[in-house]
Write a protein that binds this ligand. Structure first.
Ligand code: CUO
Length: 642
């Protein structure tokens, strides 16, 4: 049952760099006596994976334990994916659990955590398991070396502690003003889970609009980052150029559990080729092939045929090519621009591999957004996507008008943000050692939050209908307080919500709360709480777990609004209502199919909104009048920071 499953997953992840705890008898037993080879049909995919993984293990070819793991390292990824295969092909949860316990004691811990998270996310056996927050499972990747050092010392001296985690850098570094965003543990958790829900290596059942979603999720991260920068009197982020020095350096103040400190990069580092990864001129060549494809309006497939991208599906194809997912139809020609760029950027501190440095923060989805260069790299890719979108014809009145509805006004309650303290548990950072008692170690950090708010949309309808409602905000001014016209700021539009509802003939009030937003998830349940609740439910035999299934992918609800400014910062608030036929399911007005679909889709189903992601702001707007249809409402709102 669910409680037993939850308890087993908790226990597999508890102190994951130590041996399975003595008290977890069934897992201990499985690790010793279970033989994966005996429980498999070798003719199946899972059987083949087990055989392959066991052979590698017997031959001592697997990455050792107590070593860093990076998904971008081809060999390490191959090993982790074998384990994913084994888990995904387990016959039942018992076999899943026993396989996991067996390999937990034998494969690299980083590979194990990654494989278990991905398998639980995608397995049909575990739809109700809540994955513990990664920042409490592998805290090293989410907090500072300084805090980790203090946690070790606390254990040594047997003194409990709750340590303050500071944002990296000093006031001399202007980029530090937005570190609260890039270093937010919830944001990092969303990002790493996004990549687990939509892995670039995915070869299982087809994921709908995966390439477009890669564009969209990262486009929204970029737009949100720029809005945070403007809130802090910084200009929008500039893209990276292969020929220019990387202006801002970065000192991560983050340490691997095994493998030393994450490497730092000084200011104005010139790009260098990275041994074993890529030459800069090859990346420039890939980039120009992609520019050519956009200019020509088609891509060339591996078999020489052409696929038209000069339409609304082009973005999906381009997303696959640029990220370089398994869906790309010509990896040999278009390469792996995004993935290689992450690696090249991550290795700039030691491009010749002279100093045997571990991978940089850019080489892990858990840590990438900490580096300001992450947002410059993604702005670079975002601009390539924009070039494509700008090559498409602007929407016409016909595309935009939904004549059944006229929005007559929108009331918004106060929009304001503030900083608050957030605490999380560090015990999993420390190994359990016999004869040394556990002590409580925690960290707290200041994080952005906002007052709950709500919208009240007044709409007149001619007849009853289902409708699609999209809500966006976008900064009104640039950093010099120059008003941006709509074609300048539409690319910075931040989606706050998409939802489906019903209107009736006559006057309607559509009320929507910030807490209902389909882009965001509430705070994750903490690991200690999950452990406590699952243990209690198992002890009470069959008690319901308080947590219902919840997705880990989703922008943190706390970060729904950009910070804004003390005196208030102007944003356009746009509400667009179109026909309910834009929804892929008929029941979207009453069933959100997993709630956080706007940035993360619906697991195992089509993306709910049939229109291009970002509609209607994804295409050029040369004429504002075309845009001013009766079912679109725009007004200026202020976001205050208290
Ligand atoms: Cu999410 Cu570059 O894709 O980090």
């Amino acid at each position: 049952d669910v409680a037993h499953q939850q308890q087993a997953i908790n226990r597999l992840l508890y102190k994951v760099t130590s041996h399975i705890q003595t008290g977890f008898t069934d897992l201990r037993e499985a690790a010793e006596t279970w033989n994966p080879r005996d429980h498999t049909d070798r003719s199946t995919d899972g059987g083949a994976a087990i055989k392959h993984l066991m052979d590698e293990l017997d031959e001592n070819r697997l990455l050792e334990q107590h070593h860093w793991f990076s998904l971008f390292n081809d060999r390490q990824r191959e090993e982790a994916l074998l384990l994913v295969d084994v888990l995904l092909h387990s016959a039942d949860f018992e076999a899943f659990k026993n396989n996991a316990a067996y390999f937990r004691e034998r494969v690299n811990e980083g590979e194990f955590v990654y494989a278990l998270y991905v398998a639980v996310t995608h397995s049909e056996l575990t739809p109700h398991v809540v994955l513990p927050p990664l920042y409490e499972v592998t805290p090293h990747l989410f907090t500072n070396s300084e805090v980790i050092d203090k946690a070790y010392a606390a254990k040594m001296t047997q003194t409990p502690g709750n340590f303050k985690m500071e944002f990296t850098g000093s006031k001399k570094n202007r980029e530090q003003r937005v570190a609260y965003f890039g270093e937010d543990v919830g944001l990092n958790s969303h990002h790493v889970h996004w990549h687990m829900d939509f892995p670039f290596w995915w070869d299982g059942a087809k994921i709908d609009r995966k390439g477009e979603l890669f564009f969209w999720a990262h486009h929204q991260l970029t737009a949100r980052y720029d809005a945070e920068r403007l809130s802090n009197f910084l200009p929008a982020v500039d893209e990276l150029y292969w020929d220019h020095p990387i202006r801002d350096g970065f000192a991560p103040h983050t340490t691997y559990k095994y493998g030393g400190e994450f490497p730092a990069r000084p200011d104005n580092k010139e790009f260098e080729d990275v041994v074993g990864v890529a030459r800069i001129r090859d990346l420039k060549e890939l980039e120009s092939r992609i520019h050519d494809a956009i200019a020509h309006g088609y891509i060339i497939n591996a078999d020489g045929t052409k696929t038209d991208i000069n339409n609304e599906h082009g973005i999906d194809i381009l997303g696959d090519i640029i990220e370089s997912s398994t869906y790309t139809t010509n990896a040999a020609y278009y390469g792996a621009l995004h993935n290689q760029a992450h690696r090249v950027l991550g290795a700039q501190s030691d491009p010749k591999r002279k100093f045997n440095m571990p991978p940089g923060v850019m080489e892990h989805f858990e840590t990438a957004t900490r580096d300001p260069a992450f947002f410059r790299l993604h702005k670079y890719m975002d601009n390539i996507f924009k070039e494509h979108k700008d090559s498409l014809p602007p929407y016409t009145t016909e595309d935009l008008l939904y004549s059944n509805v006229k929005i007559t006004g929108v009331e918004v309650t106060e929009l304001s943000t503030f900083f608050e303290d957030f605490e999380f548990d560090l015990s999993n950072a420390l190994d359990s050692t016999e004869n040394v008692n556990e002590v409580s170690v925690k960290t707290h950090i200041s994080r952005l939050n906002h007052k709950p708010f709500s919208l009240n949309i007044h709409a007149q309808a001619e007849h009853d209908d289902k409708v699609t409602v999209r809500v966006y905000i976008s900064p009104k001014h640039d950093e010099n307080h120059i008003t941006l016209d709509i074609d300048e700021n539409r690319w910075g539009a931040i989606l706050l919500d998409t939802f489906w509802t019903e209107v009736h003939a006559g006057d309607n009030e559509i009320k929507r709360k910030s807490s209902e937003s389909s882009v965001a998830i509430p705070d994750r349940v903490s690991f200690p709480q999950l452990i406590h609740d699952a243990d209690e439910a198992v002890a009470n035999d069959g008690d319901d777990l308080p947590q219902k299934e919840s997705r880990s992918c989703g922008h943190p609800q706390r970060l729904l609004l950009p910070k804004g400014r003390e005196q208030g910062m102007d944003f356009w608030l746009d509400v667009i209502i179109t026909s309910g036929d834009d929804g892929v399911q008929d029941d979207l007005t009453v069933n959100d199919h997993g709630s956080t679909h706007s940035y993360c889709g619906i697991h195992g189903q089509k993306y709910p909104d049939k229109r291009p992601m970002g509609f209607p702001f994804d295409r050029p707007i040369p004429d504002l009048r075309v845009f001013m249809v009766q079912n679109h409402h725009g007004q200026v709102v202020k976001i205050f920071h208290h």
